[in-house]
Structure formats: C-alpha cells, structure tokens
Design a protein around this ligand. Structure first.
Ligand code: HEC
Length: 272
C-alpha cells in the first residue's frame, strides 16, 4: 500500500523534486541564455569589427580611392594632396576592415601598399605616388604580406583629421559626403529607392571603415570615450550599408539619422 496523496513525506519529496526540476530548468535556461548571448556577441565581434563589403564592393572602394589619389597628386596643390593622403589611408582601411572582401592575404598586400602610398604622398614623392596608385587595385598577392591587423595610422603617421576631411564639402577639399547625408536626412521616414544608390552605399562603407580606423587609433587623451564614439558610428554606418543594400528605405532613414547623431557626439567632445 503506497502512501496516500496527503502523505506529508511524499508531498515533501515531490516538492523537493519540483524544486530540483525548477533549479535544473533554471540552470539550463541560464546556460542556454549564456550560450546564445556568447554566440550573439561572438557574431557581433566577427562581423562587427569590420565592414560588410563584398569582394566586388571592396574592389570598387579601392579603385575609387586610387582615383582620388591620382587626381589629388596630379593637382599638386594642398587641397589635392590632403585629399590624396586621406584616400590612401582609406584604401589601407578598406583592405584591413573588409572582412568579406576576398582573401585576407590579397587585402593585406593592398593595405601595405596603401600605407607606402600614403608615405610617398607625405614625403612629396608625387611621381612615385601616381605610379603606385595606378596599380594598387590589381596588385598580385604578396605571400609575405601579413593578414593580421596593423596599426595603419601609426605606420603612415596619419591623423584623424586627414581621413575625416574627406567627408567635407567638395569646395573645401572633401568628397561631399557630409553634405549628401544632410540632404538625405531632410527626407522624412523613408529614403526613396532611387536615392539608395551605389554612391550612397560607398559613402556608408567609407564612414564605416573610417570609424573602424579611428576606433583602433584613439588619441592619447581620453581614448576610452573616443573608442566608444567611434564604435557607435561604425555600428550605425554598417547598419546603414546593410539597409541600403537591401533597398530598405525606412531602415536607411533610421540608420542615417542615428549615424549623423553619433558624428556630432564625438565632435562635441573631440573636435576643436
Ligand atoms: C570618434 C570621433 C569622431 C567621429 C565618430 C566622427 N568624427 Fe568627424 N572629426 C573628429 C575629429 C577629432 C576631427 C578633427 C580632426 C582635426 O581637425 O584634425 C573631425 C573632423 C571632421 C571633419 C573635418 C572638419 C575640418 O576640419 O575640415 C568632418 C567633415 C567630419 N569630421 C565629419 C564627420 C562625419 C560626417 C561623421 C559621422 C559620419 C564624423 N565626422 C564622425 C572625430 C570624429
């Protein structure tokens, strides 16, 4: 004869059982939660650090950068040379941060060449610079090039302002990115599909790579907050690029809005 339902021992045992089950369930949920969290942050790390340019898009970014370098070097004036320096640094950044842009060794080769190119411009070796820029988009992979990230700004003796100035309006020596963004933020709710252009996508990639470059090269003074600002800008620019690629006008509008706010937060603190 088994104990009746009301047997206090049995009830107690069942309660313990129930508690055990609840505990295990809780622990399992905790572990599962942690695993999904780890997976998510892992994924965010994997594609969160770089820029989501495909191999073809990466090639285009490099080719356009090389074009800016050549034109700037040919102009030979201060405005042109500043632009050329910025564009050379950006070719290095595209190469380092386009983690979907083809073999890492190929990109490392272009990156190292872009750092040399930036140095040649700084040293005013303009004939060399023009020749180097000419072939940079089609360089053959150098097996000695190391795919690990390098300190681009330190190696090329670059400053944040040198890349940032590319975002300026064209008359003052930039590529008009900021002005284009301003025009598009005036559109409410949804950026029309016709405006989700390849040019806009390139700009989003440019800002994303630029932010990654700043993130990895903070100033000596208050570096932590600078890194945080640059990470925010990078994230919004990546989201913008993805929304433009998907022809998502509402998503692009939101990401662009957040992106421009993030620019200002850093400027309030770090731009004099
Ligand atoms: C992490 C910090 C940071 C973020 C984020 C940032 N900037 Fe800047 N920006 C700077 C600093 C620092 C300078 C000043 C550099 C100098 O003068 O040497 C600057 C300068 C500029 C300039 C050049 C102004 C001039 O002197 O001619 C432009 C244009 C610019 N930023 C646009 C942007 C835009 C657009 C964004 C967002 C998409 C952005 N910046 C995001 C730090 C930042």
């Amino acid at each position: 004869l088994g104990p009746p339902e009301s047997d206090p021992h049995r009830r107690f045992n069942e309660e313990i059982d129930g508690m055990n089950r609840a505990c295990w369930a809780g622990l399992a949920a905790l572990i599962l939660g942690f695993l999904t969290f780890a997976e998510r942050t892992g994924a965010a790390d994997a594609d969160g650090a770089g820029i989501p340019a495909s191999a073809a898009e990466y090639k285009k970014l490099v080719a356009q950068g090389a074009d800016v370098v050549k034109k700037g070097v040919e102009a030979k004036d201060k405005k042109g040379l500043t632009k050329a320096r910025g564009a050379a640094l950006m070719i290095a950044a595209y190469s380092q941060y386009s983690d979907k842009g083809g073999p890492a060794g190929d990109r490392a080769t272009v990156r190292d060449a872009a750092i040399k190119l930036a140095e040649a411009i700084k040293a005013n070796k303009l004939d060399d610079a023009r020749k180097q820029a000419d072939g940079i988009a089609d360089l053959k992979a150098d097996p000695k090039a190391k795919p690990d990230p390098v300190e681009i700004m330190k190696l090329a003796k670059g400053q944040p302002g040198e890349v940032m100035r590319l975002l300026n309006a064209t008359p003052v020596g930039g590529l008009g990115v900021e002005a284009h963004f301003k025009k598009l933020t005036a559109i409410k709710k949804e950026i029309p599909e016709g405006q989700l252009s390849d040019e806009f996508l390139n700009e989003a990639f440019m800002v994303a790579a630029m932010a990654a470059l700043l993130r990895d090269n903070p100033p000596a003074k208050n570096p932590k907050q600078f890194v945080k600002f640059a990470e925010d800008t990078h994230g919004h620019a990546v989201r913008l690029a993805e929304a433009i690629k998907k022809k998502d006008g509402v998503g692009s509008n939101q990401a662009l809005y957040e992106l421009t706010k993030s620019c200002n937060r850093c400027h309030d603190k770090y731009r004099d």
